[in-house]
Design a protein around this ligand. Structure first.
Ligand SMILES: [Zn+2]
Length: 294
């Protein structure tokens, strides 16, 4: 009898979309296991009830996404996933390959912030850049200063200190190519907007082309099926949880009133959504994947 092994991994996942004259591809890096006990402002039963009502299986998993922007001038990666650190993510190379893009074709990286599930994939543990042709890595100046500060690192809890090592390893791999900003237009058609709270320099990127707009909002939500409905729910990874909740409420309000498209690093799938106001909270209207590039 011819025994064949059953698959052990999900197939690479990507969702490509035209935005005016540019093309944006949402890419899955995989997931990390994350307990609902990390959340504040909601009890476990209510949280798991919301996830199950939205079709999630337990235990809860936090998906990790990145976004690729191709505008005819640059090939830009927004965040890099976790790179398999701690068993988190690590599927970005497969997703990029499925999207037909080689790591050496990426020339620009935009970072929303420097947590390990966002920068873990840009360098290997030995400090080697995994995107060797990158000319510029954009990061908020406050974010860079935070992770490079020895006094902040020394004052942090023991369990949090390895995060500094991962961030510094990532920065060192692109020494000389780091470009800092505060909150401004950084490239043609791309503006950085400050979304502080989750981290001191947490940033979203607004892409605009031919009257269409997309905000890639980083970690405005970690569990979208909980925190979009309940923006007041915060997570233990927030540097300043009250500030993070205020920022989330402000961005959701703006997205719902202005109607622009949003992308997020912890959306349930690599995807794009619009936000609708529902009572005191909001709901996501996630675009359906389509086999035609539209
Ligand atoms: Zn994250």
């Amino acid at each position: 009898m011819n025994m064949t092994q059953l698959p052990t991994q999900q197939v690479p996942a990507a969702f490509r979309r035209r935005l005016g004259g540019i093309v944006v591809t949402a890419l899955s890096d995989g997931y990390l296991d994350a307990s609902l006990g990390l959340l504040s402002g909601i009890d476990n039963d209510t949280g798991s009830g919301l996830l199950q009502a939205a079709g999630h299986r337990m235990p809860p998993r936090m998906n990790i996404n990145t976004y690729l922007i191709q505008d005819g001038r640059r090939t830009i990666l927004v965040d890099s996933g976790a790179g398999g650190l701690n068993g988190w993510g690590g599927r970005l190379p497969d997703a990029l390959a499925a999207a037909g893009v080689l790591p050496q074709e990426i020339d620009t990286i935009l970072l929303t912030h420097a947590h390990p599930d966002h920068v873990g994939g840009i360098a290997d543990a030995g400090g080697r850049a995994l995107f060797p042709a990158v000319q510029e890595v954009f990061i908020h100046e406050g974010e860079l200063a935070f992770w490079n500060s020895d006094s902040v690192r020394n004052a942090s809890p023991d369990g949090f200190r390895p995060f500094f090592d991962v961030a510094r390893n990532a920065f060192a791999a692109y020494d000389g190519q780091i470009r800092t900003f505060k909150g401004e237009a950084i490239l043609p058609g791309i503006s950085a907007i400050e979304l502080q709270g989750h981290t001191p320099g947490h940033t979203g990127y607004v892409l605009e082309s031919q009257g269409e707009a997309l905000l890639i909002w980083g970690d405005i939500v970690h569990f979208p099926d909980i925190q979009v409905l309940h923006p007041e729910v915060t997570i233990a990874f927030d540097a300043d949880s009250r500030h993070a909740a205020r920022t989330r409420a402000r961005v959701l309000d703006q997205a719902s009133s202005e109607g622009f498209l949003v992308g997020g690093m912890h959306f349930t799938s690599p995807s794009f959504s619009r936000i609708e106001r529902i009572g005191s909270g909001y709901a996501m209207a996630t675009e359906s994947w389509t086999p035609a590039l539209a």
